[in-house]
Ligand binder design. Sequence first.
Ligand code: GDP
Ligand code: IMO
Ligand code: MG
Length: 430
Amino acid sequence: MAIDVVLGLQWGDEGKGKIVDFLAPNYDIVARFQGGPNAGHTLIFDNKKFVLHTVPSGIFRAHQLNLIGNGVVLDPITLSKELDKLKTANVDFLDRLFVSKKTHLILPTHRYLDAASENAKKKKKIGSTLKGIGPTYMDKTGRNGIRVGDLDTPDFKERYTFLKEKHLQLLKSYPEIDFDLETEERAWFESLEELKKLTFVDGAYFINEALRNGKKILAEGAQGSMLDIDFGTYPYVTSSNTTAAGVCIGLGVAPSQIGEVIGITKAYCTRVGSGPFPSELFDDTGEFLRKEGAEFGATTGRPRRCGWLDLPQLNYSIMLSGVTQLVITKLDVLNKLDTIEVVDSYEIKGEKTKQFPFSLDATEVKVNTISFPGWRSDIAGISDEKDLPENAVRFISEIEQATGVRVSIVSTGPDRKELISRTPAVSRTP
Ligand code: GDP
Ligand code: IMO
Ligand code: MG
């Protein structure tokens, strides 16, 4: 059996949570492979709304197992708050939520280092969510990190203290920031007790044995391809590999096991935080998209920057992950527009190109757009393609032509049921 992947093709918040929740019943296991509580995945069903940060988006489906993979960085405080919400909602998770022993822990001092480092950047701030993501991955690659499996070791407390002291030394080299370590440390240790109630597994064996036993697995990406540490708009990126390659490293599976790669794009584009965004709109249309799309961060509440769909950017992301199916979300947000624009190419130093450049930061990039007539009618909640207006169908097929990838799902609203499923979104044998 193959492991299918859902990932974001833009700068995050494409609607991964909703799509994973929708697809989950087709799978036995849903697994997060990278990122951490910087993610905010929104799920809406039965008039209820949940935002997940660490827990995989298969948790609300009764029969699915969920794995937090080794590529994730985990803050037990955030996790235990999420678990409290699940308990309140009467969601049974104890025998369905597994954590890889190799998952790295975010310490309170990682968060302080994140804040101090951002502060020191002054005008060059990344716009981090300040959840400690960068410093935790730095400790991972620097071989200083503490992993979930270390919780069982007798010298855990000493290791924690050693790393904390190191962080406190480092913090002295930054302009001072406010923190209350004693209180947060107490909360951190309390939340570890909640974490310990879950089952810790050797994630690689867990996944590979499941595959051998014919189980179907869905890997859930966090962030988006343009925030990938290697291929995104560096340095305005996150600290993990958000592209399909991250699945192999973040779960311990071979590339040959990857089946469908389901890439999600909004019908337009958003970004939260700093950094280049070629198709960004600074006019009334940008404001319109923010308002119509309720574009405010699910983790930080920050307003998201909005712009047109960007084909060179989208095709770059499709290439990086070998996307086999596209999902277009938030098509309904464009309902009222007379004309919809899409970026078709860039002009850099007078030269036209369809390639995403090395650095957009230092370069003046002009975008060339093509226009499509809008549909000027309400498509919110439509779940049958026959009910879509002609111009909406045309918009979808133009995207298919420009990318060479079949659109298998079109999302027309935030609710689980508000989407058009065009082909079975599972499952190609690798
Ligand atoms: P994720 O991080 O990729 O899971 O996405 P977020 O949850 O951060 O942001 C997506 C937002 O768009 C959430 O508020 C969703 O409820 C909402 N959403 C998802 N799909 C649609 C859609 O098709 N139409 C509309 N109007 N909202 C959507
Ligand atoms: P989901 O999974 C949107 C952005 C931050 C910042 C940069 C680095 O919900 O799509 P970090 O906290 O990783 O140091 O921040 O990346 N960012 C996201 N933007 N959606 C996300 O996750 C994001 N996770 C991080 O805004 O610009
Ligand atoms: Mg999000």
